[in-house]
Design a protein around this ligand. Structure first.
Ligand SMILES: Nc1nc2c(ncn2[C@@H]2O[C@H](COP(=O)(O)OP(=O)(O)OP(=O)(O)O)[C@@H](O)[C@H]2O)c(=O)[nH]1
Ligand SMILES: [Mg+2]
Length: 325
């Protein structure tokens, strides 16, 4: 069976739906989230990201398989484990939702519908579509900003780039390869979708914000934004650093030519222009060097991802290793 076939194309086969719930200290909510989620999926895996409370025990009691990180590795690492678990369990569709009760598992049927219909490989549950409760104003502001930056950088437009309620087809599980360890993983997925040409859809979801704020929104927003900038730099290094580098170098050379002209006519050194020449040439060379280094890293990462995928697909002794999954 090919892993990258869409659920809808597997004739006569009931799609296997797995839910994965990343959790860090969610003992109060995880029990009911698991119990309700189980009604809509075939199995539930809780990714316990180093909780120090009773989250793993409560999740297991509620009927989830619990996969433990042993120590806190970050939301991105938990998403990475969730995608890997989905592949291991041969899920046709993997649904990921938060364990703090902000997402309503009753939205799962509408979330997976576009994947079942073969219309999408990734479905993002959007908090900003539909008429339901919206996140509080101050959180909405930050989320709009992060969504605008992610849309601009990735070239894919979504209304909610930071949503943690998503569905992935088997093809998406096979193609996504993530490196972000923190909350910026949601943006990274949008960049990866754009690169790999996966089909993406959004459906409205309900959210509930009753609990306390868990982290400083300004620090959180700034952290994610800085990672988006890194992603943009890695995506367009030649445009972002190469083109300005060439411009600065050209400006420096122009100023240098003027210094030489003035000197040959008057035998005097135009100190200001000479300094300008040195500064512009140095900045230009630095920018060009950065562009080339980032381009090299980009190609290395792309090569590494492809080799990892080939290694994952390779089964010794098989004619067509892809068929073995
Ligand atoms: N913050 C955080 N959450 C994690 C981590 N690992 C797993 N999670 C879980 O990931 C899900 C999303 O995290 P939240 O902190 O609720 O993120 P959020 O919904 O954007 O933020 P809030 O609006 O404050 O709830 C929750 O189920 C967390 O328990 C981690 O290292 N940090
Ligand atoms: Mg939350």
């Amino acid at each position: 069976m090919k892993q990258n076939q869409s659920a809808s194309k597997r004739a006569g086969h009931k799609p296997k739906i797995v839910a994965a719930i990343p959790c860090l200290n969610e003992e109060k909510s995880i029990g009911s989230v698991v119990v309700i989620t189980k009604k809509f999926v075939d199995s539930v895996v809780v990714i316990d990201d180093g909780s120090t409370d009773a989250t793993p025990e409560v999740a297991a009691e509620a009927g989830a398989e619990v996969y433990q990180h042993g120590q806190n590795r970050g939301y991105g690492a938990a998403i990475h484990s969730a995608l890997t678990k989905g592949k291991q369990l041969e899920a046709d569709i993997l649904v990921i939702l938060d364990g703090d009760g902000q997402h309503d598992p009753r939205d799962i049927p509408s979330l997976i519908e576009p994947v079942l219909a073969g219309k999408a490989d990734v479905v993002v549950g959007s908090r900003f579509l539909g008429k339901g409760e919206k996140p509080p104003f101050y959180r909405r502001l930050g989320q709009y900003l992060l969504t605008a930056a992610t849309n601009l950088g990735s070239g894919r437009r979504l209304s909610d780039s930071q949503s943690g309620f998503r569905a992935y087809s088997a093809k998406a599980l096979d193609s996504l390869s993530l490196i972000e360890k923190g909350m910026s993983v949601s943006s990274e997925i949008q960049f990866a979708i754009s690169r790999s040409g996966l089909k993406v859809a959004e459906v409205p979801i309900a959210v509930s914000y009753i609990g306390k704020l868990k982290r400083n929104p300004v620090g959180h927003g700034a952290g994610v934004l800085s990672r988006i900038l890194v992603m943009v730099s890695l995506r367009y290094p030649l445009i972002l650093f190469g083109a300005p580098g060439l411009g600065l170098l050209a400006g420096g050379l122009y100023l240098g030519a003027r210094v030489l002209t003035v000197y040959s006519n008057t035998q005097e050194l135009a100190i200001g222009n000479a300094f300008g020449t040195i500064l512009l040439c140095l900045a230009g060379l630095l920018s060009l060097f950065t562009a080339l280094m980032l381009q090299a890293i980009k190609e290395l990462l792309r090569g590494g991802t492809q080799s990892a995928k080939e290694a994952e697909r390779y089964v010794p002794g098989s004619e067509s290793s892809e068929e073995m999954h």
